[in-house]
Design a protein around this ligand. Structure first.
Ligand code: HEC
Ligand code: HEC
Length: 301
């Protein structure tokens, strides 16, 4: 629990928690008084609807015991597990070490299988039904948060089922993307181009994609494009997989294809971030994932 910046916050949690439990004990004890049911029970002196009287009977004992059980459970839990400020709990449990234990167990049972897969060529592995079932499970666990459960992505997160690749669709390129991560570097041009400049270049980008555009603005934009954009997106706007510079001539738009969305990207830039998975998952799992992602388009899985 190194998240606390000072001891104060630790005690800020410990004191009210312990005081709360003690107060609950006292409350239950206080409430457990009263006379046992008899022929002539004591009343609290409250009467409603003429004859509906409130008796001062004790709580049923099973109910009372449940209160005590929950209180003792709470104390036991706080003693064993982290919960009281920075106190780590007698068991020393943490999410991190539970995760590591589970991963280690999984490695022991699946390790040899992953090692066998890792020996295989990615394109061949992609055709192995059993391996791809495991690949799909790994994808569902580690990749769907960003790329979607169907791998079709979302705005800013590339679709892995189309044949349009920022960094290349060869098996090895896919593996490199997953292993080392990728970071798109599309600079912001608002300062260099001004509002009109951004609008003109946007019209030129639309013309590259064979979309409806304003021809005069596009001609003005082309000049700026050749100065500022050509190095990364290429003379025909087909992009560059070495840099992850998007292809601007197709119908695939990572950040949205409306003129507004395109102008936004040009004005403020974008830095798509694919996190590296080498240390997190290990190369063997990444190898299997790369084969799986490759199989989505290559084999239309
Ligand atoms: C935190 C979100 C996130 C997670 C988790 C994530 N990705 Fe990505 N991924 C991205 C983004 C964003 C990009 C695009 C990077 C860019 O714009 O330059 C990307 C790009 C890629 C690419 C390159 C696509 C191309 O067009 O060249 C592949 C392949 C890929 N991811 C596979 C995976 C796999 C497999 C996993 C699961 C192990 C995964 N990603 C997990 C966000 C994520
Ligand atoms: C330094 C290289 C570089 C330069 C220069 C550059 N871009 Fe980009 N551009 C990129 C990269 C990389 C991406 C992908 C960003 C990402 O994946 O997050 C991108 C993305 C885009 C996109 C979004 C494409 C999509 O699919 O949504 C547009 C539009 C674009 N650039 C237009 C331009 C224009 C117009 C210029 C010149 C004014 C320009 N870029 C200059 C590297 C560059």
């Amino acid at each position: 629990m190194a998240d606390f910046v000072s001891n104060f916050w630790s005690w800020y949690i410990i004191i009210p928690t312990v005081a709360g439990i003690i107060a609950c004990f006292l409350l239950v004890r206080w409430m457990s008084g009263g006379t046992p049911p008899s022929d002539k029970p004591e009343t609290m002196g409250h009467v409603w609807d003429e004859d509906l009287a409130e008796y001062n009977n004790p709580l049923p004992s099973w109910w009372l015991k449940m209160f005590y059980i929950t209180l003792f459970f709470g104390i036991g839990y706080l003693a064993l597990y982290p919960g009281l400020g920075t106190f780590a709990g007698i068991l020393g449990w943490s999410q991190q070490n539970q995760y590591e234990r589970e991963m280690q167990k999984a490695d022991e049972s699946f390790g040899p299988l992953y090692a066998k897969y890792q020996q295989q060529d990615l394109a061949v592995l992609a055709g192995d039904e059993e391996a791809m079932k495991t690949g799909a499970r790994l994808f569902a666990t580690y990749c769907t948060t960003c790329h979607g459960s169907d791998a079709r992505g979302a705005t800013g997160f590339p679709n892995l089922r189309d044949t349009d690749w920022l960094y290349g669709g060869e098996p090895q390129a896919i593996k490199t993307s997953i292993l080392n991560g990728r970071r798109g570097a599309m600079p912001a041009w608002a300062a260099a181009l001004g509002d009109t400049g951004v609008e003109n270049v946007t019209q030129y980008v639309l013309s590259l994609a064979n979309r409806e555009h304003d021809a005069t603005a596009a001609t003005a934009g082309k000049e700026k494009y050749n100065q500022l954009c050509i190095a990364c997106h290429g003379p025909e706007g087909k992009g560059n997989i070495m840099l992850g510079a998007a292809n601007l001539t197709d119908a695939v738009w990572l950040y949205g294809g409306s003129p507004r969305a395109i102008a936004d990207v040009i004005a403020i830039g974008r830095n798509g971030n694919m996190p590296p998975h080498k240390d997190f998952l290990g190369e063997a799992r990444v190898h299997l994932l790369a084969a799986y992602v490759y199989s989505l388009t290559a084999l239309g899985r």
